[in-house]
Design a protein around this ligand. Structure first.
Ligand code: FE2
Length: 313
């Protein structure tokens, strides 16, 4: 689909990005900030997931895992940022990550119920919207539309791409009124003060130097990075970001008792696989995700919608 032909407002930069992104999607390699891996998908991992699923069914635990996955919770946290302008003190940021809305029947309704009473200032979607990566994107759009309609957010919804998302997601979601950040910055202004949010393309499979350049180009001031995985934490911290919001890991999805993930699917900074963390002067939060992938089950983790209240330090 040609964005210009469809009257979309894509700039030349976006079109160049899209050509490169689609090239990477067609390839098998995994492009990360530090190296390129020859294979993106690990076949042994898929075999292990299939075997684990069969074992769960034999043990009669599959249904319990599915119920766990549907039992998503609202997690309210407060994060203090020294550089936050007073005008943004108390700003309520709603984060939904890793929706994978087609991966678990009933999840869309559970999300809508959970977010309906929340009054947020801004909502951010931090990537991974579908489970069936090769299915036509239209199969998830009604659910995304319903979830977006259930969200009350004064400044709307911002989104970034995850490693499960194809380039065409940007255009389709923007058609639903969701603003995408593709290596771009969005700034909010209150009483002359500004809060900057910079969103990059996924850096777990589809890293390019444009993601690094986007963080470097963010204006001075209070800055929040939106990146699908925490694997870019050092680059954001080096560029003076104060807060970094990620997802990607699902908190392990199937974890050891106590919540310790068995698999993080991270190539670096595995210690930032879940919850709050610090990297230098920057605070980070890695959401446990809302949905699930691989198997529609969770053990020793709960899917979450995160409501972050920002406080000026
Ligand atoms: Fe995910």
């Amino acid at each position: 689909m040609n964005p210009q032909k469809d009257g979309n407002t894509y700039t030349g930069v976006r079109q160049c990005w899209r050509v490169r992104r689609e090239q990477l999607e067609r390839g098998e390699a995994k492009h990360t900030p530090v190296r390129v891996y020859r294979r993106r998908y690990l076949r042994w991992f898929d075999l292990a997931v299939g075997t684990f699923g069969r074992a769960l069914r034999l043990a009669g635990l599959f249904e319990r895992g599915r119920r766990n996955a549907l039992a998503i919770v609202l997690n309210e946290i407060t994060i203090e940022i020294g550089a936050l302008p007073k005008a943004f003190d108390g700003f309520r940021l709603l984060q939904l990550s890793d929706l994978h809305v087609d991966g678990l029947p009933g999840l869309k309704d559970a999300i809508c119920r959970l977010v309906a009473p929340i009054e947020a200032d801004l909502c951010v979607f931090t990537g991974d919207y579908c489970e069936q990566v090769t299915a036509p994107l239209e199969h998830i759009l009604p659910d995304i539309k319903a979830i977006t309609a259930a969200i009350s957010s004064r400044h709307g919804v911002l989104a970034i791409l995850g490693n499960h998302d194809r380039a065409e997601t940007v255009e389709a979601f923007e058609g639903l009124g969701i603003k995408f950040l593709v290596n771009e910055t969005f700034s909010l202004e209150r009483e002359g003060a500004r809060l900057h949010l910079t969103g990059t393309d996924d850096v777990h499979y589809f890293y390019t130097d444009a993601a690094r350049a986007a963080l470097a180009a963010a204006p001075a001031g209070c800055k929040i990075a939106l990146v699908h995985s925490a694997e870019f934490a050092d680059v954001a911290a080096e560029n003076g970001f104060h807060l970094y919001l990620a997802g990607h890991t699902h908190g392990g999805q199937v974890s050891l008792p106590g919540g310790m993930p068995i698999f993080t699917h991270m190539t670096r900074f595995r210690r930032y696989a879940r919850g709050l963390w610090r990297h230098g002067q920057m605070t980070g939060y890695t959401s446990l995700g809302v949905g699930v992938s691989g198997l529609p089950v969770r053990f020793n983790t709960r899917g979450e919608v995160v409501l972050i209240t920002l406080r000026a330090g």
